[in-house]
Design a protein around this ligand. Sequence first.
Ligand code: SAH
Length: 281
Amino acid sequence: MQRGKILLVGFGPGAVEHMTFRAREAIEQAGVVIGYKTYINLVRHLCEGKVIQTSGMTEEVRRAKRAVDLAEQGRTVAVVSSGDAGVYGMAGLIFEVLKERDWDPATGVEVEVIPGASAANACAALVGAPLMHDYANISLSDLLTPWDVIARRIEAAAAADFVIALYNPTSVRRQQQIVECKEIISRHRAGRTPVAIVRSAYRPRQEITLTDLDHMLEYDMGMLATVIVGNSQTFVHRGYMVTPRGYASKYELDGDGSGQAVRPGQRPGHALAAEAGGVDV
Ligand code: SAH
């Protein structure tokens, strides 16, 4: 029997232009495509002639077991997640199911994880460069993680001045977590800290809002939004949200563009020409 294969595909935020070449190829290569209905609809044009298995939102475990069953029967199965399959996607669960079955990659089904642009990356690209420095992804969904664990992580990320990308900010039934989340972050960060709310990035109903910590709760979020809260250095300039990497404290950013370093003890803006330094970008 032919060895089966599981392709764990992250197809990016939605639009086909933002799917990687390998993600597209993997879906085309698969005999069976499995995923949550909305996601399958986003890639349906690639699924002609394939067995498609859609399922609802809370049926991940069933979907994962089904994918492993089919691969064990020798099929090539693509399990699709939006964004990156390894970021609140199906990749981890598939490995957990395989582990339960004492999977051995040397003899068992083949597994390939195909990276995709996660919502944080996609939403960041739409508003500028807010994730330029250290950042934390936090999902506010307490379906699988107790709220006190989530709250502790928000507190830690806020206290350590991480930029924070909030996944699953609210849902129809879950409106209180974002309120508490904002309160926790506000204990560590100024009310004017820039906040981006991006809904349906790179999908037809895309909506982008730039606001701040004090006012973020005045806007609709929902399950299709990602919220990016800046750190203490993040600024908005002419509609773009940017977290500086730190160049301005070390180099002169205006002037002739030679990018010279500021000498120790010297203030930015008073550097001499002699110290041009290579900077990787
Ligand atoms: N694996 C996905 C995340 C799945 S969790 C990834 O890597 O992006 C679902 C959450 O992801 C949503 O609640 C939302 O916060 C975010 N999300 C997914 N697609 C999005 C999009 N196109 N625009 C904005 N947020 C998105």
